[in-house]
Structures are given as C-alpha cells and as structure tokens.
Design a protein around this ligand. Structure first.
Ligand code: GDP
Length: 440
C-alpha cells in the first residue's frame, strides 16, 4: 500500500506533539524537521518537500496555533490542508466537451500500465453511463492489439482495431466509427516505448494534431518514484498533457510520485490504479488521499466501491432481506463474492478510520474468505436457508466437502447465528442505511 512509511512517521510526529500539551516554536521546528525527513524518505521530490515544509512551518508558528488549546490538532489540520493543496484542491474531472465524442488520448512508456488502464477507464466510464470505444493505436507490437481486445472484452467495451497500419489513420477512422455507432467517448491506446524518443513523440503529435483530443492523459508507474515525475515533465514539455493517471499505487509503499506530480508538472492526477484487476481503479481525490495518509480513513471511497460492485436491484433485495430478517447463508455467500470484487481485504480494511498504517502489521488472512465460501458451497440450498438443520453428520459432510474441519464449520455457524441476532437487534435500521442509500 502506498504511503505506509509516511503515514507511520507522520503519526509518530503528531503523537509526540499531542503528548506535549502547549507547543513552543522550537517544538514545532523539531516536528517539522521530522516531517521533512518523512517526506524525503517517501521519495517526494526535494524542492516539493522544501516548499511544503516552509508553508506548513509558517502557518504552524502563527499565533492561533501556539496559543490554541489544542495546538497539536491544529498542526495536523494544517498538514492535512497543505497535503490536499499539494495534490490539487479541486477534484479534477475529465474535460468532457459539450458535443460528443470526447476523445481521450492515453500515452505512456511501455509497461506503465497504459493498456490495462485504458480498459479500466473505459469500464469506469461505462458504469457512469457513457458508451466508450477503445481504439488500438499501438501497432508496433501485435500482442498489444490482442491485449487490448482481451481487456476490452473483460470490460464489456467495444475495441476498434485496423491491424498494423498508420495510427493516425486508425484514430481518424475510429472517430468516424464512434460518430456512426453512437460512442460518446473514444479512448486511444497509443504506442509506448521503453524510453521517450523523438519518433514516439512525433507520432503522438501527429495523432494529437489530427484528432484534437479533449484530454491527453499520461499513464505513469508509481513504483518508479521520481522517474515517473520526470517522465510526466518530459511528456508535458514535448507533447503537452492534460492529466496524469498513476498506475500501480498498490505496489508502491512510498507514494512520493503521487505527492510530487502536480507541484512539478502543474498537471493533476485524475485517476489511480490500485491493482491488476479492472475494478482496482479509483478517481483521485486529494482530500481522501490526505485522509488516508494521516490515518483518518477513507469511508467515502469504501462506500463507492460497495456501490460499484452491487447493482441497484441487488441492493434493494439485500435491504429487504435485512429488514425482514430473512438474510440466510445464500445471501452471505453472495455478499462474500461482492466484497471480494472490492479488492484485497487489507486494502478494504486500510480505508477504515483509525486503521491507516496499522494495517501493515495486521495478520489479514485472505484465505479465510475462501474457506468460508468453500464451506457454504458445500452446504445444500436447504442447509443454507435454514442452518439449524445442520446436525453433526451434516457438519462432517460439509467439512469433508470443503477441506476444512468440523470445528471450522461450528465456528462459521456460531458466527452466522451471532450475526443474525445482531441484525435483529439493529431492527432493520442502522446497518441497512448504507445499502438503502443505493436502493433509493
Ligand atoms: P503497457 O505496456 O503500458 O500497456 O502496460 P500493461 O497495461 O501491459 O501493464 C504492464 C504490467 O503491469 C502488466 O503485467 C499489468 O498487469 C501490470 N499492471 C498494470 N496496472 C497495474 C496496477 O495498477 N497495479 C499492479 N500491481 N499491476 C499493474
């Protein structure tokens, strides 16, 4: 997970400040020295760190903070504000034109995750109600066209390809196709290279001149740290980009690139990729990211993820079942499958308030889900609907069928019973509200 080390170190600084009560200027100075180290170790670019710490320090030694009754909290608030400002105060959206189609030109070096993210973005926009068209303009590797076809199919999005011909011709033909077939968004998957070279830039410039994209989005790999920032700067200078999509944030523990891009290039990050699966993709919200860094959780993203994997009718059915107390093991199995679609358990837990950096020390057993799923699938439909009929003989059969032990089956049944009692106590309110939001 990104920002693990940074989160831990900042929290350590704040804890120390909180233990002080009243703060002096030198307390703030010491704390800022540590904040500076933490940011540098997270691989944030040097100049960005310098400016950030100067701004935060200036605000922190101000009269209101030092004379406040809760100075440490004020410092946290200032760091939070400045982190948000560093990543972009407003939530940057795609530049949608008033007259469709909207053309998004995806660029990036080879291996940055461009093709995967073209499909992720297409799937995301489809869920938002658009009719995207993916266009295969990476003609140098025949495998790239196939790869786009495969991910496009997974995303349920049409892929336009013309084989290995001039990408400028492909993109202009794709525009015509989009207009003829009512696609309101065209996503061009352009060619990547191992390094930025003139030939690549010339080709991208030609496509840009011909199709006049509404958005040139550069995909950069978060794991490459400051190199990602340098690539963004170079692409912007040579081609002109509108935004950055940062991939592989799940594999980058430092997070420095995400914190430096806007300050160095002036271009906002609009989306982030958090894994290889097509759903592991989020819009970039600076304020939520700052919250995660400071260990304050990110419940809004969690709710959005839940909403994304659950259709409106499923949410309505679930709400009804919870209200009528008829939630059985068949429903539990469905829910487990939905949660799995939201990402790894660790990534879900890390978004809860107060968890933050602690998740890295947590022993999260991802296999536990699979075991529970295996036990429930080894039950008959009747047993799932009425677990009370599961006698010792049935328990032995379920354990054998799922490769678990009778104790595991007992534990699951006990937990399920407790869960049902808990739901009854909630009396159809409380917990169901989250789902009801979607069901309205
Ligand atoms: P391209 O050459 O830029 O088109 O890159 P690809 O889309 O082919 O991706 C390169 C590799 O990175 C593939 O193995 C992807 O599965 C992987 N990848 C892409 N995005 C992510 C991400 O967000 N997280 C992780 N962990 N892997 C990713």
């Amino acid at each position: 997970m990104a920002f693990e080390g940074l989160s831990e170190k900042l929290n350590h600084v704040f804890k120390k400040l909180k233990s002080r009560g009243k703060l002096s200027e030198s307390d703030v100075k010491d704390a800022m020295r540590e904040v500076r180290m933490a940011l540098l170790e997270a691989d944030v670019s040097y100049k960005v760190v310098k400016d950030f710490v100067a701004k935060v320090s200036q605000r922190c030694v101000g009269e209101e903070v030092l004379s406040s009754l809760t100075p440490a909290q004020q410092v946290v608030k200032i760091v939070n504000d400045e982190l948000i400002a560093l990543m972009g105060n407003d939530n940057a959206r795609i530049n949608m034109p008033s007259k469709p189609p909207c053309v998004i030109m995806m660029c990036g070096l080879q291996g940055s995750g461009k093709t995967t993210h073209a499909a992720k973005l297409a799937k995301y926009l489809k869920r938002e109600g658009h009719r995207p068209l993916l266009v295969a303009c990476d003609i140098y590797r025949p495998a790239a066209i196939n790869q786009l076809m495969v991910v496009g199919e997974k995303a349920g999005v049409k892929v336009f390809e013309m084989g290995q011909i001039d990408p400028v011709v492909i993109s202009t033909q794709a525009m015509r196709y989009a207009k003829d077939y009512g696609h309101d968004v065209v996503i061009l998957d352009t060619a990547g290279r191992l390094h930025i070279d003139e030939k690549l830039m010339d080709e991208l410039k030609q496509i840009k001149a011909k199709v006049e994209p509404n958005e040139i989005m550069l995909v950069v790999d978060a794991m490459t740290g400051q190199d990602a920032v340098n690539v963004a700067k170079a692409f912007d200078e040579a081609l002109g980009i509108d935004s950055v999509l940062m991939s592989k944030l799940d594999s980058d523990t430092r997070g420095g690139a995400a914190l430096s891009v806007l300050a160095v290039t002036g271009k906002p990050i609009k989306f982030v990729g958090m894994g290889e699966k097509l759903d592991e993709f989020e819009r970039f919200h600076p304020e939520r990211m700052a919250s995660r860094i400071l260990g304050m959780g990110d419940v809004l993203t969690l709710v959005e993820k839940a909403e994304a994997v659950m259709s409106k009718s499923d949410a309505e059915k679930l709400t009804k079942k919870l209200q009528e107390h008829s939630f059985d093991m068949n429903d539990l199995l469905d829910q487990l499958k939905q949660i799995r679609k939201m990402g790894s358990l660790k990534s879900i837990i890390s978004m809860l308030p107060g968890v933050g950096d602690k998740v890295k020390d947590m022993d999260v057993d991802e296999k536990q889900f699979s075991r529970i799923e295996a036990m429930i699938t080894s039950m008959t439909k009747k047993e799932r609907a009425k677990p009370s009929i599961i006698n010792p003989q049935r328990k032995r059969r379920i354990a054998a069928g799922s490769g678990t032990k009778v104790e595991d089956v007992n534990r699951l049944l006990k937990q399920f019973e407790q869960m049902q009692q808990f739901m009854k106590q909630m009396g159809g309110g409380g917990k169901t509200k989250m789902f009801a939001r979607r069901a309205r």
